[in-house]
Design a protein around this ligand. Sequence first.
Ligand code: UDP
Ligand code: MG
Length: 156
Amino acid sequence: MEKTLIILKPDALQRRLMGKIICRFEEKGFQIIGLKMLRITETMARKHYAEHEGKDFFEPLVRYTTSAPVIVMALQGKNIVEIARKMMGATFGFRAEPGTIRGDYAVSNRFNLIHGSDSPAAAEREIGTFFHTGELFEYKPADFSWIYDLSTGDII
Ligand code: UDP
Ligand code: MG
């Protein structure tokens, strides 16, 4: 099963949208395996967004990310990295399709509510940044055999 790291960014908290966003991932059938609230420090923000260092939006992005508490979530499901990115929508709120999280709730190029890992390798690394092993939970969801067809021995 694939994992991804989701961050509900400071605007999600300030705009009271955290519950609605979490709900979308629950209703889709994904499993929450870790969840906590924290204030991202400047050091953490710079590390998390290191790929964007030097770009013109890097410093404002660090200020945005550290401007209020966030919720970080580790989620699990088949092909979750790709599906979660689709559910989030395009990076810029004004470009994100209606029906996506950013498309429904964001218009800004920066204040776009949510981060999601862009590859399984990034997910692995980012989950490691935000969670200790004891903060991640393994359990079988009660509805697992109705979320996926397990009758052939595969997860379909
Ligand atoms: N961002 C920005 N200006 C830009 C591009 C990105 O402020 O021109 C911010 C935005 O909040 C985005 C984050 O930087 O979510 C990381 O950018 P990335 O291209 O990785 O987008 P994402 O993976 O979040 O869709
Ligand atoms: Mg990105």
